[in-house]
Design a protein around this ligand. Sequence first.
Ligand SMILES: C[S@@+](CC[C@H](N)C(=O)[O-])C[C@H]1O[C@@H](n2cnc3c(N)ncnc32)[C@H](O)[C@@H]1O
Length: 258
Amino acid sequence: MSDPATFFGRIAEAYDATRDPLPEEAVDALAARLRERAGPALLEVGVGTGRVAAPLTARGLAVVGIDAARPMLARARAKGVARLLQGSAEALPFRDGAVDGVLFVHVLQLLPDAPRALSESVRVGRHGAFALLSPADPADPPCPPEDDATPLLVDALRRRGVEQPRLRNIRAWEGRFLEELPPSDLAVLFDRERTRPLTEPLESVRRLASRQFERVPPEVLLAAVAEVADRLGDRTRRVRERHVLAHWRADTLGPRRD
Ligand SMILES: C[S@@+](CC[C@H](N)C(=O)[O-])C[C@H]1O[C@@H](n2cnc3c(N)ncnc32)[C@H](O)[C@@H]1O
């Protein structure tokens, strides 16, 4: 796999079409919680195209965004996120306590050493670091294998002679991360059921915007996606969408990791 900054730099144009915007109620709850627990001056690390920073800015928060990929920042700037800089989560170019809080959304799982990035962020965030996560809940019923697009896709690739490396389950990773580094507090911001087309997980793959499949030749990948989409048809499934906000204060993270 290429490094995340190179990958996201390459797919910046397609990124927004492959990720759902956060539901309005989730952004309202996120903005309110950040204001209450930290304050209005925030740094979003891995701000990307401003998918979250732009609606937070529209709600009156003063968000500075940092990202390793310049093309992603260009998209965020076009959405009105004015204060942006290129840089890395591992060494934030800010003095201690420069902002009220530091926010991560869909970033921690990409970092080679997420606990270290968290330590760096609680140095910069006066009231600590926050991560918007959707951790797996063991109470959720698993998707029946015959309806699960991603393993079906892996199988379709295997039949075409492509051995796909083991896929990472990000929701499971987030669940483990919370167990390994328990936050100071955790708030459920949004918890709803919705109807999801079984083919939804194929969308980012179809747009060649899934890092996990980036080594597969596009023509082989698109043929496999078409086969699985055909098989799943227009069937849907009820799924639970849950966003939580984890908050780590410096004193709960233990000694700084360098
Ligand atoms: C999946 S996107 C998330 C973007 C945005 N937070 C969102 O939720 O839509 C991950 C972003 O993190 C950035 N990124 C990855 N590794 C990084 C690092 N070490 N330092 C800073 N940004 C990084 C990528 O360039 C990309 O824009």
